[in-house]
Design a binder for this molecule. Sequence first.
Ligand SMILES: Nc1ncnc2c1ncn2[C@@H]1O[C@H](COP(=O)(O)OP(=O)(O)OP(=O)(O)O)[C@@H](O)[C@H]1O
Length: 495
Amino acid sequence: MDLSSVLASPSYGKAAETYKKAVTVAAAAAGYAVVARTMARELLPDEVRGAARWAASVVRDHILPRPKQRRVKTLYIGRASELSGHGDNRLFWDARAYLATRIDPRAEGPLIVAAGAGGGGAQAQPQAPLLLSMVPGGSATDAFLGVEFTWRLVTVSRRNKDDGDGGRPSALALTFDAEHTDVALGEYLPFIMAAAEAQRRQDTALKIFMNTGWSWHGISHHHPATFDTVAMDPALKNAVVADLDRFLKRREYYRRIGKAWKRGYLLYGPPGTGKSSLVAAMANHLHFNIYDLDPSHVPSNSDLQRLLLGMANKSILVVEDIDCCFTAKSRESVAQYPYITDDDADADDDDASDSSQDPKPKLAGVSGAPTKEGEGITLSGLLNFIDGLWSTSGEERIIIFTTNYKDRLDSALFRPGRMDMHIYMGYCCWEAFKTLAKNYFLVDDHALFPEIQELLGKVEVTPAEVSEMLLRSEDADVALQGLVEFLQDKEGTKP
Ligand SMILES: Nc1ncnc2c1ncn2[C@@H]1O[C@H](COP(=O)(O)OP(=O)(O)OP(=O)(O)O)[C@@H](O)[C@H]1O
């Protein structure tokens, strides 16, 4: 259709008519406004017009909602700690580690990618995670408690803080609405530091240290036991987990009551009931390194002190078979120091006043026998040091003693505050068996379960023995049938 035919069409004529009317109305309205303003100027005195203007400004400024002006605040988190004057600023690295988990790889713009340690410490593992980071000048946003935070990786020059002077990125700039400064400083940044700490712990491979003489030697600790795989009474398991979790949260509590932040556990029960597995599960749960102390390799109490002072925070000190590891030394000590009688031995142990009648073996050191270089350590040396200097030289320490014979332990071990929780690891009960069956065959039920449940009620069998039977075949039917026969054999009812 050409222009002339458009102008000639009826729809164009209607539209043109409507437009003309609209122009006429607008012109009339503008005319009225001019007339009204002129009349107001001529008829109203200056004072009245001034008062009207003032009233309008009050309404505008104080009554009508004003468009909100956003005040933005920026915090610079430098790579180096300018406030302390030396060293790295931990917050800078914590924030970068945190941001590596928050950066959206699909967002526009370039990113830096690197391989993480992946649980191997300094040595990257094949399954190491990929970590993302902003390029200098790049930005990323994060939301926390409903507040939006924007991060930029910037280069801060010494004289004025500005982006991109071509140097290495030396700061993170955190920008947010200034009214949320309290959230930023009081909640967001502490949250980031805690998240980074948790990630660090996760990424660091656990170690188990063993002593030779007075020094520790560490190797990687890959024991797969967890609280999911340890077979034990479920209520007791939950109580142990809750106790550990409460311990972790109680830094301030221990500080307030003036006690060292440590907790002692005594694991006791027959061999093969899972005491060592439970230690490994506790270490994995807490992500603490284990220091497995073999007292027979420690030449003297002063070496023991050196060993214990060499332990890091967040660690577990384990002394296995505590009932027997000091016994032999005790006998040697008494033989070497014949002037020390059984009665003398009891004198130093204020909880064991009648133990001279006790047929149980005497423990070295409880006797107070002096030790010299090469003469071995004493239980009292260990206990006193744990309660004394060692307890104040570090934080977040767990002490675990294990024994197959709780009744043989010296009462010094039972003094209040030494072993806070006694955990009995017993023979395989029905609930424990179900955990093992799940571990080995991923089954919750089986046709042989009722028979196995009945037999476990009558036969004393350790989880280690049951595990042994379950390991014999990858076929659940075959392995469980083998277990039934094993239990019947123990009961003396095997056909
Ligand atoms: N409660 C359990 N839960 C899971 N596995 C167990 C349990 N008890 C024993 N086992 C199995 O038996 C093996 C030996 O158990 P573990 O060394 O933990 O027992 P222990 O009580 O420490 O024995 P000991 O007193 O002889 O040192 C473990 O490697 C594990 O395979």
